[in-house]
Structure formats: structure tokens, C-alpha cells
Design a protein around this ligand. Structure first.
Ligand code: G3H
Ligand code: 13P
Ligand code: ZN
Length: 314
């Protein structure tokens, strides 16, 4: 199946508009019906394009048929501006499979490999994706933190601006994920005012004018979720994210896709913990799951407006 059969679009036009009008398209991860519906209701409410991101482990959790059944159930149309994206694909096979079942965008994450290996694998993915008009994101530089269930990195290597022009021309990718100080997971920063490396971002944007750049590990970890979780039996310690003002600033410098997963996990957990704590006699999962889903939808809509600036851009 091709993604157009599901009413999906690739991100080419969306990114062009995002660069022109200085906003970022949200890439929110989903892994079940609740996360998918919450993200879609936020995108609809705010009139925002949206990238539905699926990691390899989320794909395994849902199963490819169930995943595509749910996407099909959304009854999308191209004018809704929805892309389906493989997040952190680690192999040619994973990308090929995603393209075959109807994804409109894939990320090949070979950032932990050498430059030459990264180029070689990324080029292969581009070669199989472009004939289907599927777009490809790749990464240069390494983010610290837990990337996904398979990859963990303790060291952050910022993207070297000297490499970016050659990498884009060697691979023919459509967008580039860069490392400028964000990291995956809930424990990103030691202090509230940690600064991203805007000097590196500015230099990359100067060398790649009008080229779509991507920020992974961009959850802001709203502190009210941390508080709610901890007040209702959780033990999250010093969870802290990237300040929304930093992310907003990045959208003005060619960052046109911002990836958020941990914030939705936090929102869901906060909603569920609070509901169960305050309704001890309730054992209807639709109620407590619904409470988690509601907080994801509210938080996605809030971030679309205050961080991405993609509201009203459809
Ligand atoms: O950046 C990675 C995402 O947060 C995916 O994580 O493999 O646990 O689904 P996951
Ligand atoms: P967070 O852990 O900051 O939500 O990052 C998500 C991400 O980069 C998905 O690819
Ligand atoms: Zn990521």
C-alpha cells in the first residue's frame, strides 16, 4: 500500500511552509489507540499539521496490521496535513517494511556509526524511499540519553557544522536531525536554564539555508506533571526538560520538526495516577485511561500553540 491510500502526506510541502513561516511541525509518538486519538484531537483542535511518529519498538508493540488499521480508521485526507513517520529506524529492512505498509516518512538513525557507514546506510534508504515519494530523515551527531528501547548513549557529540553540507549532498536526504544539546527521556538538564547550542544551530542553518532541520529529545517535561505524579505515588526525582522558550527560539532558525514523546508519557501517567488515587472505588479502565488520554490531548494542543507555533497553519 502507498501512504496516499491512507490520506497521508509526506513532509516536503509542510516543511517548506514551516521554514517560510518560521514554525515547527510537531512529531508526537504514539503506541496505541489512546495516544493516537489524543494527538489527532489536539492537531484538529489547533488546525495544525502533525507527524505521527512510531518507533520500532512501538511498531512491535502494536503490530503492523493493528497500527495501519488504526491509521486507516482516522479516515484522513491530504488536506489534513498528517504524515506517518518511522522514528529511529535502525536498519534498511525496518525502513523498507515501513514504506511498504504505508508510511510517508522514515528516519534512518545511523548516527552512532562512523561518518562513512552513516552515509552508506542512509543512501540505501533514500534509494528505496524516493521512488515511492517517501521522505527520509537522517542524523548527524549523537544525543545523550535513552534514544529508544535499543539504544542508549551517555555521551553527547554535537553535530559538527563542517560535516553537514557534505552529508546532505552525499545522501540526498530530505531532512537532518542535529545534536545541539537536547537529549531523550525525562532527565535532560541539571538546571532550569540550560542553554541549547544556538551557535551551532546558527552555523548549520547558515551552511544549509532553507534545509529542514529536526530536533529530537525536545520534551519540556512540564513540572506540573512531575508534581502530580509524585503526589500520587510516583517517584520521578529530578525530571527536567528543555525550556519552551529555547525550543521556540529554535523554530525561528530552520528547526521545522520537533519530536516529543516523554511529555505525553508524563501527561498520561499523571492523569492515570491522579484518577486512580482520587477514585479508589473505580475499576473501569475506560475512566482512568480516559483521564490519561485527556491530559495528552491537552498538553499536545498547548505545546502546538506555545512551542511549535504550528497552530492555524493548515
Ligand atoms: O526517541 C525515541 C522515542 O522516545 C521512542 O521510544 O522505543 O520506547 O518507543 P521507544
Ligand atoms: P523526548 O524523550 O524528549 O520526548 O524525545 C522524543 C524523541 O526524540 C522521539 O524521537
Ligand atoms: Zn528521537
Amino acid at each position: 500500500m502507498n501512504y496516499s491510500d491512507f490520506g497521508l502526506v509526506n513532509t516536503r510541502e509542510i516543511f517548506r511552509d514551516a521554514i517560510r513561516r518560521r514554525y515547527a511541525v510537531p512529531a508526537f509518538n504514539f503506541y496505541n489507540m489512546e495516544t493516537l486519538n489524543a494527538i489527532m484531537s489536539a492537531a484538529r483542535e489547533t488546525n495544525s499539521p502533525v507527524i505521527l511518529a512510531v518507533s520500532e519498538s512501538a511498531m512491535k508493540y502494536m503490530g503492523a496490521d493493528m497500527l495501519m488499521g488504526m491509521v486507516s480508521g482516522l479516515k484522513l485526507r491530504p488536506q489534513y496535513g498528517v504524515a506517518l513517520h518511522l522514528d529511529h529506524g535502525h536498519s534498511l529492512d525496518a525502513c523498507r517494511m515501513a514504506i511498504e505498509i504505508g508510511f510517508s516518512s522514515v528516519m534512518i538513525d545511523a548516527s552512532a556509526m562512523s561518518y562513512d557507514e552513516n552515509v552508506e546506510l542512509t543512501r540505501h534508504v533514500v534509494d528505496i524511499a524516493h521512488p515511492h515519494d517517501v521522505v527520509v530523515e537522517a542524523e548527524l551527531g549523537v544525543l545523550s540519553g535513552i534514544e529508544d528501547e535499543n539504544t542508549q548513549s551517555t555521551e553527547s557529540n554535537y553535530t559538527n557544522p563542517d560535516d553537514v553540507v557534505r552529508f546532505v549532498s552525499d545522501t540526498n536526504i530530505d531532512s537532518l536531525a542535529i545534536a545541539i544539546g537536547t537529549s531523550h527521556g525525562a532527565y535532560k538538564c541539571k538546571t532550569e536554564n540550560a542553554e541549547l547550542r544556538f551557535d551551532i544551530l546558527a552555523e548549520i542553518a547558515r551552511r544549509l539555508p532553507d534545509f529542514p532541520l529536526v530536533l529530537h529529545g525536545a520534551s519540556s517535561i512540564p513540572q506540573h506533571f512531575v508534581k502530580t505524579i509524585n503526589e500520587n505515588g510516583g517517584e520521578l526525582g529530578d525530571a527536567r526538560g528543555i525550556a519552551p522558550s529555547q525550543l521556540r527560539r529554535a523554530t525561528e532558525m530552520n528547526i521545522c520538526k520537533i519530536n516529543v514523546d516523554s511529555d505525553s508519557r508524563m501527561a498520561f501517567t499523571a492523569g492515570v495516577r491522579e484518577y486512580l488515587q482520587t477514585h479508589p472505588a473505580n475499576f473501569n479502565p475506560r475512566d482512568w485511561i480516559g483521564a490519561g488520554m485527556k491530559l495528552i490531548a491537552e498538553n499536545c494542543a498547548a505545546e502546538i500553540k506555545s512551542i511549535m507555533g504550528s497552530d492555524g497553519k493548515l
